[in-house]
Design a protein around this ligand. Sequence first.
Ligand code: ADP
Ligand code: MG
Length: 371
Amino acid sequence: MREIEEQAAEAYTERFGENPELIASAPGRINLIGEHTDYNGGFVLPCAVSRRVAVAAGHGSGELYSTNFDEGRRMDDGKDSSWADYPRGVAWAFGEAGREVGDFRAAYAGDVPLGSGLSSSAAIEAATVLALDALFRLDMDRRELAVLCQRAENEFVGVQSGIMDQYASLLCEEGSALLVDCRSLEAQNVPLDLEKVNLTLLVCDTRVERGLADTGYNDRRAACERAARTLGVKELRDARKEDLGRLSGEELKRARHIVTENARVLEATDALRAGDFPDLGRLMYASHASMRDDFEISTRELDAFVELAEAAGAPGARLTGAGFGGCAIALARTGETEALARDVTRAFAERGFEEPVFYKFGPSAGAEVAR
Ligand code: ADP
Ligand code: MG
């Protein structure tokens, strides 16, 4: 068992006085490439990170506990805008899908940083859904479980998000990325054995509050819908590069990002299948430029990180997530990540930016029942 799974198990035993019946865990994720393509019916290419939320569970009368919050809550208390809304939402979504789950109790422990853009919310949902699926012997398909988690987050917790996070957490495999077609919801594992080629993913959390995030996101979404209407297509997924000449101004810039980004995701998938990491890196830099210049969702901190990574010779780097703050990633040589992180920290201090936080990892396993 992983250490974080042991922690959840110990918390369960301490809290409830019995051993858990089962332990499950699920990872956070980062997106390698494919930004804002999800709601345009396009493609994304995330991979699971090596940080997870673990849950120890058993039949019981609805007690919940999280070591991260050092706090007990109850399932039947109803939505209260706390962390317990995630397990409540997942149980609710089972019911909505016509697969009622019985009473249970659960203890959580996680090392996915909360609210940093690595999707600890999908991790707690995915761990919960897998634990309940096993505990109540529902034997549902992982894709269905992911859709159920998304529904919990959208409709119960009340946070709008695409399917990527839950798909990544439930369907990723170690040493792989996951190509997701956000329209058909088909997904394929794509080999991404970074260890073999001595590369590491370095995440830089710029710690910039994603202040403009909501308005910026809604605004980009609306512009994409307008561009699709102008072009007479259902979604920008259906637009081709040749169509862009019929657009101008804001619609052109936003649509150009989406059309080229979708193409880059597919090219990146080909690059991975061919083991062509320089090409993957080139596509990551191109993706960043497109988000900076056309989609206009970058910040000076995110741009600075990408520039510093490029100057240091990293094969690839880009903003990851919705933008307007948050995280960037670099594909960096394993021996060079520390130096890059140090350089970035120094440069950020000189420019008066917030001190960034770094995480490094390789593509990790998706959700699992550990015992
Ligand atoms: P992100 O998904 O980027 O980490 P969110 O705000 O979407 O940020 O989700 C973070 C929330 O998920 C936390 O505030 C908490 O409610 C819940 N959560 C994540 N991990 C845990 C955990 N280990 N225990 C309890 N709640 C958790
Ligand atoms: Mg989240």
